[in-house]
Design a protein around this ligand. Structure first.
Ligand SMILES: *Cc1c(COP(=O)(O)O)cnc(C)c1O
Length: 394
């Protein structure tokens, strides 16, 4: 087989195992409803928690930023790519997050690549929750530190590993966890993690991609939600989910952010956010500073939808956030459910192994503040219809 034949053979294997990713194309803006592959459907699977991806104020801010600064930054941040719109975004984001400073990079993915290898050496230890996001796993791979993986949300196991690392003579102990776990919608036990970290003098880093704009006062994130300001050393966030744009950031003390500006490779070697992205993200921060109304609407919607589905007999697992897994357990059933939903005008993807464990396949519903009660009622009606057809509920 030549190179291309090898690639095709590997993809055929993915197809045989039901693991081949089919990529749908949108023909309209993100929103409660959108057009996918020529069909207008109710959108139940994007990360557009607050409806900001097509927000009028943010669109206007992006256009104004383009008029003033053009379309590209022209360089990496450390050479000639830092515009005052970037520093303004970092300043207002830090105030919003109630931290001393922030560093904005191109994506949440890049934020993890920026921090983890920059602050650890072969003399250090990294302790990572087994279900942490791929971008954390890759960031850890880039570090020469010794790696310890602790059982999901198991702080006892974390403490064992901390002891082990300390006894092995680690200089720094860096604990990393997702804030909200994106497949189950459950929260990291951050208060307990912080307590054990303080006992061992460890550094705590939380990647709150699904919590930024969602948890805490006006969407200030999981650290605010648990009132842990000043006790979590590093917050990583994304501007690509609830904030509705694209980009990532690191929030923390000034010394940390100053250091990252010297050492973080995605900051030093990849161009900065475009002016439109920075301008739109800045407007998102301003909207949230003005009012938490849209965040409250998100939570109202999530609660409403979950209660209706539970009343029908569906299992929504241990979700504590607007991420709503509708458990179907069997991967084939989940796939069929998703296809039937699409026929009925609802776009909600099924998720199976290896993204979630075998036997825990589901439809993952992402609730948004952009949904109206009528949209959610429409969805509930279709879930009921298909659930009965497939004998999931009575
Ligand atoms: C989505 C996600 C990211 C990636 O964010 P992008 O801005 O899309 O690159 C990183 N970490 C976690 C935990 C995520 O859920």
């Amino acid at each position: 087989m030549n190179f291309y034949e090898q690639l095709v053979a590997e993809m055929n294997e993915l197809k045989e195992n039901g693991l081949f990713v089919t990529i749908r194309t949108l023909e309209s803006a993100q929103g409660a409803w959108f057009e996918v592959d020529g069909k207008k459907v109710l959108n139940l699977c994007s990360n557009n928690y607050l409806g900001f991806a097509n927000n009028e104020r943010m669109k206007k801010a992006a256009i104004e930023a383009i008029e003033k600064y053009g379309v590209g930054p022209g360089a990496v941040r450390s050479i000639a790519g830092t515009m005052d719109i970037h520093t303004q975004l970092e300043k207002e984001l830090a105030a919003f997050k109630k931290t001393e400073a922030t560093l904005v990079v191109q994506s949440g993915f890049n934020a993890n690549q920026a921090v983890i290898p920059a602050i650890t050496t072969k003399d250090d230890a990294i302790l990572s929750d087994e279900l942490n996001h791929a971008s954390i796993i890759d960031g850890v791979r880039l570090s020469k530190a010794k790696k310890y993986v602790w059982k999901h949300k198991d702080v006892k196991d974390l403490e064992e590993k901390l002891k082990e690392a300390k006894e092995a003579g680690a200089r720094r102990l860096l604990i990393i966890t997702d804030g909200v776990f994106s497949m189950d919608g459950d929260l990291a036990p951050l208060p307990e993690i912080v307590e054990v970290a303080e006992k061992y003098d460890a550094i705590v880093m939380v990647d709150d991609a699904h919590g930024e704009g969602v948890l805490g006062e006006s969407g200030r994130g999981i650290v605010d939600h648990f009132h842990l300001h000043g006790r979590v050393h590093i917050e990583v966030g994304t501007l690509s989910k609830a904030f509705g744009v694209v980009g990532g950031f690191v929030a923390g003390k000034k010394e940390l952010i100053d250091y990252l500006k010297q050492k973080a490779r995605p900051f030093l070697f990849s161009s900065s956010l475009s002016p439109a992205e920075a301008g739109a993200a800045l407007e998102a921060v301003r909207i949230l500073v003005e009012s938490g109304e849209v965040v409250e609407r998100l939570w109202d919607n999530a609660k409403y939808f979950k209660e209706k589905l539970n009343a029908l007999g569906f299992d929504t697992w241990h979700s504590e956030t607007p991420i709503t897994p509708v458990m179907l357990y069997d991967a084939k059933v989940a796939k069929e459910f998703s296809l039937k939903l699409f026929e009925e005008g609802i776009f909600a993807q099924s998720i199976g192994y290896p993204t979630v464990p075998k036997g825990l396949a589901r439809i993952r519903v992402m609730i948004s503040a952009a949904h109206t009660k009528e949209d959610l009622d429409f969805a509930v009606e279709k879930f009921e219809k298909i659930g009965k057809e497939l004998n999931i509920i009575k």
